[in-house]
Structure formats: C-alpha cells, structure tokens
Design a protein around this ligand. Sequence first.
Ligand SMILES: [Zn+2]
Length: 328
Amino acid sequence: MGLNEKEKETARMIRSQMPHIIIDSHVHCSPKKRGQALINEAASIPGNMFNFFPWGKHRSFFRRVFCDLQYIATTLGFPGKDESNNAYILHLSRTYKNCIPIFLSSNLPEKGWGRLFAGLKMYPSSRQKSSAESKISDVFPEGALKSADRSKRAIILHLPRDIFSHIEELLALAAKYPGISFIIAHMGNIYKDRKDMGDILGTIKPAKNILFDTAMITDAQLIGRTIAKLGCGRLLFGSDAPFSYIRGRYFEAENKIRLQSLIKFSWVNTAEHCDYEKEAKNFKLIHLNIIEAILGAVKEVFGETSRQRTAKEFIFHANAKNIFQGRD
Ligand SMILES: [Zn+2]
C-alpha cells in the first residue's frame, strides 16, 4: 500500500499537528495469513471488504504514516469471523504494549472477559440491520450489558440502524448501566452532517457515559457539530482500519450514504463506478481523510487558541486512555 504524493504531503501535515501519542480506538486485526489480497470480492456491504489483516501490517502502515509518533490501537477481530480471534487479540496485547484488547462476541460473552479485555464489541446481524424493529438489546443481550456494567467496561456499539432510530433505548440503557461507557461507532452511522443531528446531540449531552467514535467519518462539519455540542470529552478518534486503508468517497443513493471505492462492489452501479474511476486518482486514503476532518473541525471550533491543542489531546488520546487504560 504505497502512499501517493498527496498522501505523503497530508501525512507530513498530520505529523506536525497531532499529539505525540495517539490512541486509535477502532482497529480490526486478524492472525490469518491466507487472503493476502485484502479485498473480499464477494462483499455486498462495505464492512465486508477486508478478509484478514495481521498486526504486523498495521504496524508498517503506522510507521509509514506517523513515523515517530506513538500509535496505540484498540484492537478487535473481524465481524462474522472465527472468534478464536480473541485469543490472538489477547496475545497481541501481551506482546505489544501498544495494543489494547477488545473482546468480540456474537453470543453472550464468556465469563471473565472483563478481567482480560478493555471492552466488548458485538455486531448486529444483517437481519438485525435490515429490520426497522431491531433494538440495541437484540445485539447486546441483557447478560452482556450486565457483565460489562459489573466490570465497568466499554462497549463498542455498532447500532443496527442509526442514532435517530435508537435514541430512546440508548438513553434508557445508559441510565440503567452507569458502569458502561457506550461508545457509539461511526458517529451513530451518520456519515454526513445533518442539522437535526444537533438535537440528538443535545439530548445525549447529559448522559455522560455515551461517547462517539469517528470510524470512517470524513466529514469535518459533522465532527465540528459534535464537538461544539458535547465538548471534547465525548469524541474518540477511531479509524476502522484496515477498512480505512482504502481510497474512496461517500455518495448518497436511495436516501442512504454509501461508500464507493476502486473495487466495483455489487452495490455500486456501473455508471456511478465509471464516474468514480475518472476522479479516483485525486482521492486519498480514508484513514488520512478521517484525521484531516478531525483536525479541521477542531481548528474551526477553537480557532488558533490553546484550546485547540487541548481538544486534540482529548480526542486523539486522553478520552480513550481514560476509558480503555484507566483499568485496574
Ligand atoms: Zn469496525
């Protein structure tokens, strides 16, 4: 994955503007060597694009882009994959101090996960994603929430639908389980800013144990709105690597924001793909776009003041440190 000239320039800018220690709160990792080609040709949704991605590949990416910055990653397996992945993630965290382990589970997590792992992630099934009736508690059953609450662990919450559909249940769960930090992945599956997001954020503000991650979010306006409403203590830098190591763009189709990349996935039509290819040479890795969007948003909200530096420190490091590393 060589960087092009534009990406190298962005990487230099990023290195000069980011804190010296970064925690990426959303990194997928897998031990499997097979499928060195990273793209899953049978993918039908963006999240299925990558098959396998061992830690060493992340490390070489971090080194190339961030050079001497210290890069810590909250690591978890891949959705729908063999959960022996958890053993690998645990092994990584014991071998590399820069690796914070998250437990991935599709059923009730095994007893004792909270002692070994810093957080829990469970995925909505495709059936849950497509049903308007799906609830958070279908993805995270009561037993899982209770154990996370008892051990005061974070859950990384990929909502079955979006934050607008789940707001009431989310607020109720956050009040019922004060020991859990609810980290809402992908800004609640809202990829482009919308005005009514301000109301949602206002409603969430008093619930201090609800936070957001920036996984695959490249919209500075949406991030800026979040910071302006919630302050800097409720947003965590997360990338969704290796998924974020693609070059692509977001577009709107059938009232949904979708991601388009160089691979012609089944959900991208031919005309749209041809348009994409014409412009693709100007695109940068989504990973860099996420970071640029955060830096841009912070600058926009705070201007050239010392608060800008503090805000970056919170979003890129301190918030995640409090949640994942402030453990006993
Ligand atoms: Zn993810």
